[in-house]
Design a protein around this ligand. Structure first.
Ligand SMILES: Nc1ncnc2c1ncn2[C@@H]1O[C@H](COP(=O)(O)OP(=O)(O)OP(=O)(O)O)[C@@H](O)[C@H]1O
Ligand SMILES: Nc1ccn([C@H]2C[C@H](O)[C@@H](COP(=O)(O)O)O2)c(=O)n1
Length: 419
């Protein structure tokens, strides 16, 4: 990993007011206080702080592409190199309720007796410029965070902070950085991300060329544009193919076919880059929609609802309640993206969805625990879909037979789009 221009720890300390430590989907919060007085609560934090050597690593760098790439590299390095009896948890430092204030990192509890952990941390600090803190219990039984660095005496600011309990913030920290990191609200914002990665991901240039070459949007075609959305295996492909036949419609997809050669590449990138790729795909599809809707009704398999709902559900860790509230701006449709006439969200009950997945030979070997995590994720995706506004989606129960679902959807299209 190359050395990066990381934030100086003093700057970092002055920014961090609260820290969320996500211990296996059971988050708790602590704050850092520079007030050196003893308080009544002697053991301010939970058992995670009780044994082992404790460290936190904070990843901050002004260049957002370097930052997200480095975070991913750091995660794999820690997973690979830390000893087995060393726990590593994701951690977010943030200013409560302040957008874009999150600094992501890791919390390490080392119960090993070897020096491997210290060697790994030392290398990260020396070679990669990672900011490492350690946590020590003082004589007063208070817990303190201090810089784990030989050069700390050079900084002017106090380098020792008392760890105190904090209450959960009103807005979950994972929501604070969503705008323009996970969900993009204009072509320009998504475009900039791929421009910034041109040097490290050569495919970005090819994608941007396709965006530049897209046919310029004319006036909105006279035929209706119907988007079919839903989780995997809810029957989108089956339904969209049938609708094409029944309505004599043109069938499109987002991401469009021209981006297919690049999809695997961008799927392996961190969310910032991956989501910008899908956002740009919607703008290419929008132009295709515009042209097609001048000739015939248009059916589209996934569009912006999918891009936003999956991005939000992936970014927001933990429970369903952590999603941004229904009135949050994160659910607003981008002003520069063509709006469809109708958006239908296919839903099936979890048992039926599992049956369909198994029918396709997927998920047979997935561990129980992973299934549970997936279940929570799917709940969040579906809820995010339902919260997106202007246009909002209409929920369709897609559990009945393919023909019944088709009839139900044809009725809806005829009713809402006068077809
Ligand atoms: N109404 C239905 N009743 C029963 N089975 C269905 C129905 N619709 C689709 N299926 C079956 O469920 C499986 C998933 O359907 P399909 O591929 O259409 O879903 P999808 O939403 O396009 O999935 P993905 O997004 O993962 O590509 C297929 O095996 C399909 O034959
Ligand atoms: N318009 C789109 C289409 C797809 N995605 C993302 C969301 C999921 O990660 C994945 C699902 O696609 P599938 O596997 O069903 O082809 O692709 C998106 O963000 N925007």
């Amino acid at each position: 990993m190359a050395k990066r221009a990381l934030l100086r720890p003093a700057q970092l300390c002055s920014r961090i007011f609260a820290v969320e430590l996500d211990v296996r989907a059971d988050p708790f919060y602590f704050a850092l206080s520079s007030v050196h007085k003893t308080v009544d609560d002697h053991s301010p934090v939970r058992s995670i702080f009780r044994d082992g050597n404790l460290y936190s690593l904070h990843v901050y760098c002004n260049n957002r592409i370097q930052r997200v790439k480095f975070y991913g590299e750091l995660k794999s390095k820690l997973t690979k190199e830390l000893p087995t009896n060393c726990d590593c948890f994701e951690l977010s430092s943030f200013l409560p309720n302040e957008e874009q204030s999150v600094i992501k990192g890791f919390f390490i509890r080392d119960k090993s007796t070897s020096s491997v952990t210290e060697q790994v941390l030392n290398e990260l600090q020396q070679t990669d410029g990672v900011c490492v803190f350690s946590y020590v219990r003082g004589e007063d039984d208070q817990l303190w965070q201090e810089l784990w660095s030989t050069s700390k005496r050079n900084w002017m600011e106090p380098d020792k902070y008392r760890v105190v309990p904090a209450s959960a913030p009103e807005v979950h920290p994972s929501v604070l950085n969503i705008r323009n990191s996970d969900v993009f609200y204009s072509l320009e914002d998504a475009y900039k991300v791929l421009q910034e990665c041109g040097d490290i991901i050569p495919e970005s240039k090819a994608v941007l060329e396709l965006v530049d070459q897209r046919p310029q949007r004319g006036i909105h075609g006279k035929f209706p544009v119907v988007i079919i959305e839903g989780l995997d295996a809810t029957g989108k492909t089956t339904l969209t193919e049938s609708l094409r036949g029944s309505l004599g419609a043109i069938l499109l997809k987002s991401p469009p076919q021209c981006l297919a050669p690049f999809r695997d590449r961008f799927d392996s990138e961190p969310p910032l880059i991956r989501r910008a790729f899908y956002a740009l795909g919607n703008y290419i599809t929008a132009c295709q929609i515009s042209t097609a809707a001048a000739q015939a009704p248009v059916i589209v398999d996934r569009y912006w609802h999918s891009t936003a709902a999956y991005a939000i559900a992936t970014a927001v860790s933990g429970k369903l309640e952590n999603l941004p509230g229904p009135s949050s701006e994160v659910y607003h449709w981008p002003e520069d993206l063509l709006q469809p006439s109708l958006v239908l969200l296919l839903t099936v009950n979890p048992e039926e969805r599992l049956r369909r997945l198994k029918g396709r030979g997927l998920e047979k070997t997935v561990e129980e625990a992973e299934l549970e995590v997936n279940h929570l994720f799917r709940q969040k995706v579906e809820e995010a879909y339902k919260r997106i506004k202007n246009p909002a989606c209409i929920v369709v129960d897609a559990s009945p037979s393919p023909d019944k679902v088709l009839q139900q959807v044809l009725l809806l299209i005829s009713d809402k789009c006068h077809l």
